[in-house]
Design a protein around this ligand. Structure first.
Ligand code: NAG
Ligand code: NAG
Ligand code: NAG
Ligand code: NAG
Ligand code: NAG
Ligand code: NAG
Ligand code: CU
Length: 569
């Protein structure tokens, strides 16, 4: 007995030392195998082959606690190159696990394998994972739920039940073919045929009746919906008939709770809401439809539904009662979208940087490439090809290597570090922009940040070819959203109105159409980190850039060594 307890103490001491040395409290390690495979599914009266993980659509839900480690072995049994991104996970010093193809890794080729290994450090809430290769994320996505550390709890009463609620977008075609066609013609890609909730379009579409997603509740209880917008190209409004939602968390950061009838959620964002079943027993539609901010730009104007179903509401004869539809805002209701977003107030996720070392100003532009003469490849407006840029640089993803591998191996010729900190030309960004400014330059340009620097970025929406809300996502970080406004940012007047007290924390933020948004963060995570519009149609046109955050002093402030078996390009 005595011997055993000494051994035990020794073991405890050792594991404590180990945890201390690696900088983590010891969480659990979760092992998963993700097989990327073609899978036949039936939607909208049609059976179609799509790419999935393990044949599941949506893909597997990952459930972990803050402090846990994930080891995910990805095998590509599909026909396309692929990589996976763990959206919103900070990946401290570990950009190797971030996933965007040609940025932090070469894609996993058909038949290939790559193991992502990463630890959740000081994050809790709802995140998600998705393919980060071309348009594969249309069907390759799933929820990543991070519970508080064992022994700690949510900053709100524990809900009776929890559900992931993933909004998606469905084409009656292989999304890769939709992208391919647009890439050839230079025109905008076809809009989707349906939106989905947990991969089901719902019964407002033909032949989706029996497959509608049901969320069961018991009268009186409060449930937590972990809402994720996994749609490829569309911001969405979401509402539940006769029920209010209390927003408690977004992008894995808690906020001061507020109550609303409708939420607006952009691709890349997550929003956790509490819903109390305080209505007469019954069935209530939950519905999502487009918030399409750009006048004149085609969009999918259909509505997806799921059903909030009180347990005892099935009518005696067995045929369920017809649900009530919620009222959703008009597709162009920017005021509702903005006033929803404006309600977010953060609760302490670190300190807001007050002094700024890097004062950056990035324009977010659509644009066109003029063609010498009309051709099959120039089917954009007025015989052009669509393009997009930040600070007039249209981002080119390298092909021969990933940026991070090139950085690590010191391979020249893959990227440059001359991304401009401010627009090369100043103009009235949100006014009537001269067509001479519409065509950007192309390049793989990064912006270098010193480790630990305090960064502010003004993301300025522009009216180059169209005014549109772009949800901008930054990898490897979450950031404080300290301000936003209409028109052109005014560096003299606007900073006085910044919220430096309780700004919300996000990893994806909209740039209001014809306006600007200001974000701040501390560059404490060395690596190569992509920043891009989360409308995939715009990434393909070049609406992206990347940061190169330099190493700090010492091993614990430097990029870790790459894992074995990195895919090669
Ligand atoms: C796009 O839509 C057009 C018009 O409906 C159709 O002819 C074309 O086949 C579609 N292309 C793809 C790739 O879905
Ligand atoms: C949706 O689009 C279709 C086809 O363009 C159009 O006929 C219909 O009026 C639109 N509906 C709404 C609600 O905008
Ligand atoms: C939204 O579009 C409708 C036409 O569908 C139009 O009547 C209305 O004025 C628009 N609202 C805004 C705020 O632009
Ligand atoms: C169409 O393109 C031509 C040639 O580039 C240009 O002169 C003209 O202004 C353009 N018109 C519009 C409406 O964009
Ligand atoms: C945006 O530019 C277009 C011309 O491309 C112009 O017609 C429109 O008035 C501009 N919008 C604003 C708000 O100035
Ligand atoms: C972008 O650069 C191109 C090439 O120098 C130039 O023609 C265009 O006017 C620039 N546009 C802007 C918005 O800076
Ligand atoms: Cu965009």
């Amino acid at each position: 007995m005595k011997l055993q307890s000494t051994k035990c103490r020794l073991f405890l001491g050792l594991s404590f030392l180990l945890a201390f040395a690696t900088g983590f409290t010891n969480g659990k390690t979760h092992y998963h195998e993700f097989d990327i495979q073609p899978t036949a599914v039936n939607r909208l009266c049609k059976t179609q082959q799509i790419m999935t993980v393990n044949g599941q659509f949506p893909g597997p839900t990952l459930r972990v606690h803050n402090g846990d480690t994930l080891v995910i072995k990805v095998k590509n049994a599909g026909k396309y190159d692929i990589s996976l991104h763990w959206h919103g996970v900070r990946q401290m010093r570990n950009p190797w696990a971030d996933g965007p193809e040609y940025v932090t890794q070469c894609p996993i080729k058909p038949g290939g394998t790559y193991t992502y290994r990463f630890t959740i450090e000081n994050q809790e809430g709802t995140l998600w994972w998705h393919a980060h290769s071309k348009w594969l994320r249309a069907t390759v996505y799933g929820a990543l739920i991070i519970y508080p550390k064992p022994g700690s709890s949510y900053p709100f009463p524990k809900p009776a039940r929890e559900f992931p609620l993933i909004l998606g977008e469905w084409w009656n075609r292989d999304p890769m073919q939709v992208l391919r066609q647009a890439t050839i013609t230079g025109a905008a890609p076809n809009v989707s045929d349906a939106y989905t909730i947990n991969s089901q379009p719902g019964d407002l579409y033909g032949c989706s009746n029996k497959d509608t997603t049901i969320f069961p509740v018991a009268a009186g209880e409060t449930i937590l919906l972990r809402i994720i917008n996994a749609a490829l190209n569309q911001q969405l409004f979401f509402a539940i008939a006769n029920h209010q939602m209390t927003v408690v968390e977004a992008d894995a950061a808690y906020n001061k709770p507020f109550t609303t009838n409708v939420i607006m959620i952009a691709p890349g964002q997550t929003t956790n809401v509490l819903v109390t079943a305080n209505q007469p027993q019954g069935r209530y539609y939950m519905a999502a439809t487009a918030y399409a901010s750009a006048p004149g730009v085609a969009f999918d104007n259909t509505t997806t539904t799921a059903i909030l179903e009180y347990n005892s509401c099935k009518s005696k004869k067995g045929s369920p009662m017809k649900p009530i539809l919620p009222q959703l805002p008009a597709w162009n209701d920017t005021n509702t979208a903005n006033s929803f977003t404006a309600q977010f107030r953060g609760i302490s996720t670190g300190k807001v940087p007050l002094e700024i070392d890097e004062n950056l100003f990035f324009t977010i532009n659509l644009g066109v490439i003029n063609c010498a003469r009309p051709s099959f490849r120039c089917q954009g407006p007025n015989n052009t090809r669509f393009t997009a840029s930040m600070n007039n640089v249209s981002f080119v993803f390298p092909k021969k290597n990933s940026i991070l591998q090139a950085l690590y191996q010191n391979t020249p010729g893959v990227f440059t570090t001359d991304f401009p900190p401010v627009p090369p030309v100043q103009f009235d960004y949100t006014g009537n922009v001269s067509q001479q400014l519409w065509t950007p330059v192309r390049g793989t340009k990064l912006y270098k940040l010193k480790f630990g620097s305090h960064v502010q970025i003004i993301l300025q929406n522009t009216n180059i070819s169209a005014i549109e809300d772009h949800p901008m996502h930054l990898h490897g970080y979450h950031f404080f959203v300290v301000g936003s406004g209409k028109g052109n940012f005014d560096p003299k007047r606007d900073p006085a109105n910044f919220n430096l007290v309780d700004p919300p924390v996000r990893n994806t933020v909209g740039t209001t159409p014809g306006g600007w948004v200001a974000i701040r963060f501390v560059a404490d995570n060395p690596g190569v980190w992509l920043m891009h519009c989360h409308l995939d149609v715009h990434i393909g046109w070049g609406l992206a850039m990347a940061f190169l955050v330099e190493n700090g002093v010492g091993k614990l402030n430097s990029i870790e060594a790459p894992p074995p078996m990195l895919p090669q390009c």
